[in-house]
Design a protein around this ligand. Structure first.
Ligand code: ADP
Ligand code: ADP
Ligand code: ZN
Length: 215
């Protein structure tokens, strides 16, 4: 099963993709994570992406579609994937169709995480992750059980994204509204969009997604 998790920044895509990985053996393909890794490694892709990401603007379509194709080539045909943060433009949606069909794959579902825009700034400015294993946390909504210690790996190193500021969130929201939300009708015409209320607890959202996917 191949699915897209679609929703604005802070909607909970990464959180829910992580749960689907842990509980259902799917693989999360997050273009944001891949781009951050490229920036850190100083690759050509990273050099192209860095300033745009810091400003909250989208990275060029061919860059992200290229890395998605490469990553899919590393996976077996039976491995189900979750696209997290991709596609984000009409051109990426078209590219994804081609990337999938060239590999004998197709999209089964698009989960649209429906969230209250007002909640997103608080979600994003409170977000932090474990520097070692990448587990996601939040200042208010998900603190480690023992303060300063990652629940998953025991590390005491945490990090925050440089683009998780109130100012950059506004730009990212505009990019979402202007370029990403308009791709939903493409999938609605195909009858594969499942709307999920993203405002419940993380567990409730997970339950709703599992119900929508009949897992
Ligand atoms: P996205 O990948 O869509 O940008 P994340 O999954 O990183 O969003 O979530 C953004 C922040 O909000 C994280 O700190 C996460 O812990 C928190 N979060 C995610 N889902 C929920 C939820 N249902 N309720 C409260 N906080 C949430
Ligand atoms: P969030 O889900 O919190 O918005 P991501 O980690 O998905 O954040 O993306 C962070 C940044 O990486 C984006 O603001 C953008 O600059 C870049 N990016 C990630 N995915 C894409 C994509 N599919 N197309 C263009 N830019 C992307
Ligand atoms: Zn950890």
């Amino acid at each position: 099963m191949d699915i897209i998790l679609l929703g604005p920044p802070g909607a909970g895509k990464g959180t829910q993709a992580g749960r689907l990985e842990d509980e259902h053996g799917m693989i999360q393909l997050s273009t944001g994570d891949m781009l951050r890794a490229a920036v850190k490694a100083g690759t050509e892709v990273g050099l192209k992406a860095k300033a745009l990401m810091e400003a909250g603007e989208l990275v060029p379509d061919e860059v992200v579609s290229g890395i998605i194709g490469d990553r899919l080539d590393e996976l077996g045909p039976e491995q189900g994937v979750i696209f997290d943060g991709y596609p984000r433009t009409a051109a990426q949606a078209t590219a994804l169709d081609e990337i999938l069909s060239a590999r004998g794959r197709s999209l089964d579902h698009v989960i649209e995480l429906v969230v209250d825009e007002d909640a997103l700034v608080a979600r994003i400015t409170g977000r932090f992750t474990c520097g070692k294993c990448g587990e996601g946390y939040h200042d208010t909504f998900k603190q480690p059980a023992k303060e300063g210690i990652c629940d998953v790996c025991g590390s005491s190193e945490f990090k925050r994204r440089p683009d998780d500021t109130e100012e950059t969130v506004r730009t990212r929201m505009q990019e979402y509204r202007g370029k990403t939300a308009p791709i939903l009708p493409i999938y609605e015409t195909r009858g594969i969009v499942r709307k999920v209320d993203g405002m419940g607890s993380m567990a409730q959202v997970n339950d709703e997604i599992e119900a929508a996917l009949a897992l």
